[in-house]
Design a protein around this ligand. Sequence first.
Ligand code: PHE
Length: 345
Amino acid sequence: MSSMLEQLAQLKVKALAELAALATTDETRSWYGTVLGRKGELTALLSGMMQLPKEERPAVGKLANEIKAELEAALQERQAAIALEEMTQALSAEHVDVTLPGRRPQIGAYHPTTTALREIVDILVQMGFQVYDSREVESDDMNFGLLNFPPGHPAREMQDTFFTTNPDVILRTHTSPGQIRAMREYAPEPVRLIMPGKCYRNEDVTARSEMMFYQVEGLVVGRSITFSDLKGVLLNFANQMYGEGRKIRFRKSYFPFTEPSVEMDVDCILCGAKGCRMCKYSGWLEITGAGMVHPVVLRNGGYDPAEFSGFAFGMGIERQAILKRSIDDIRYFYDNDVRFLERIA
Ligand code: PHE
């Protein structure tokens, strides 16, 4: 009998000592299983109780219940202490100093070409033009032949071309081939389109020319389109793009696909036409080439030139950004120097 009571007392001492040494909640769970669980040490010990004389059993049972209650209370206390310790550790490990200054995110900006392109497109769309997407890889015929550049014509040399291994497949040197594509798609309906996009020229890269650049082509074809319509559109454009009260002028020029052909200038926005470095002391800035669509081109596009007339213009996008933002070198645009992009944005 005494041995059973002693064994219970020993179990209690041993279990309390083990409990005191535990460090984690998980360990207390397995301690519970080993000591107090259904297959634990206390149960194992008490299974011997049936062998005891009847009169000894109550004392053993009583002690066993006391020890069980005591160990359970000790477990709860230990678990609470461990939980507190774990929480304290987690709090200090995950500590966030809300008073630290935040990290400023790097904010991107639109590329100056994108900004200029959007300004130009917005102005023209608001005047009633629709955007037409044409392709960058073109046939020689679309880029030159159908635009009234005869083979071997010196005007082809104005636009040094990038060829592919197939000499009939080239990178467009201007957005004008879009005129033919659009006309062929819409003839004989009237059209009022702008065609923005990349162009390529096999030229030496200088402050004034890049191998890749953007243009916006404008094309209007209808039944009584005149040069006055062209002038009205370009004057309106100049006033919206470069400020109210702009003066414009036309200089005669030559393009195989327009007749007559002109270059349009706007009075220098930097010096007010007094003469400065930007306008090369002329007082004028060249904005765009333009003209009345050549009858041959109208016919190639599917319109009868006896019934239809039209005008077209083609302007460089980077050039508009250069003028508006006083940038002095086109090479900055695609060098990807972030300092330039940040300064100009
Ligand atoms: N395509 C011409 C160029 O790249 C510009 C232009 C377009 C001129 C339309 C007249 C009419 O220089």
